[in-house]
Design a protein around this ligand. Sequence first.
Ligand code: PGA
Ligand code: ZN
Length: 422
Amino acid sequence: EIVDVDAWEVLDSRGRPTVAAAVRVAGGGYGEAAVPSGASVGSHEAHELRDGGERYAGRGVRTAVENVRTTLADTVKGRDASDQQAVDEALLAADGTKNLERLGANAVLAVSLATAKAAADQHRVPLYRYLAGDQLTIPLPMINIVSGGAHAGGAVDIQDVLVVPVAAESIADALETVVRVRAATVEVAETDGHRANLVADEGGLGVTLPNNRSALELVVRGIEHAGLRPGDEVALAIDVAATQFYRDGRYVLAAENRELEAADWVAELAQWARDLPIVSIEDPCADDDWDAWALATKELGGIQLLGDDLFVTSAERLRRGVDEDIANAILVKPNQNGTLTGARQVVRQAHKAGYATVLSARSGETEDSWLSDLAVGWATGQIKVGSTTRSERTAKWNRLLRIAREVGAEAAYAGGAVVRRG
Ligand code: PGA
Ligand code: ZN
């Protein structure tokens, strides 16, 4: 039974306020959790409540914190913390709006997560085990090397160039491989005359390059320079985050001074996919450009096509995607949805439809590492948390290493197979 709920304001990795909450249950179980925040936010995401006004340039979350301490605390007190679904349904009902506009998804998710952690503590098991279904799976990571878009002051238009260490046989091996690739990519960039010592919001290299394709080619050369085989050992993934540069029906590549119709943009991506060892493309098209997405699925459906802003971890939007045969994988961000139960249901719905799932952090993160427990317990197969630098990122990798050590052979490592289609 939940006996106490508290909340306070903390800072995220961009130095912006976010919500932390704590839940205490009778008998001593305790959990606290902090929620992340995005920069390239999809227009259909659950609502993040900000105070406005002068404090923190309007980004304060004191109202959301107050909502936890009052309305949401009253809602969950007396409830069984182990009945996550009932708690989450009560939280949603207390807000009453579709996108949690009244009390804030940041307030609601903080309570939802802290409840799960308190229940796990009460049962004296780690969070991943408390959340687990039939199996524990250590996820395959996709890891950011070069950043652009909203995370790097628009250095290039596409938001992330990532690598997937497809040949690694454990999470430890995967991380070591990617750290090597990152260091080698820095060397290649510097040999080319670029400054590669500054990092973007997710720890990726913020290099200014002449065009988008050269960001991908730089990483391929980094893989080679690390002594690894592009494609066979380390593959590429990209997060285009195209919603960010979609204007009046066209895809505007500011870094290249070009504007393309959807069909030409998709054709260009298809050309990259033929020329380069790409295994996954996220948000190739804007979040409401369903026609372009349908075309992209037709042209690129042989690889993983991942909907982030398109699906916003929403059961309803995923259903439309599945019905219309759009994309074949979903990025799952719990704060786009608002509750743990909601995000979990989306993972199940995706798996049932044959869509792959990639659990994802946000560009504004905290040192909290519950995301890694969710990935293992929910067996999402893949995880994306940014780069291998910056402690809000390594908190998640280090948590996976800890879990892998703890569970040993009990949990399978997903490995490269989960990202290969057909
Ligand atoms: P965001 O970016 O957290 O800024 O939305 C992450 C992503 O687009 O995957
Ligand atoms: Zn994205």
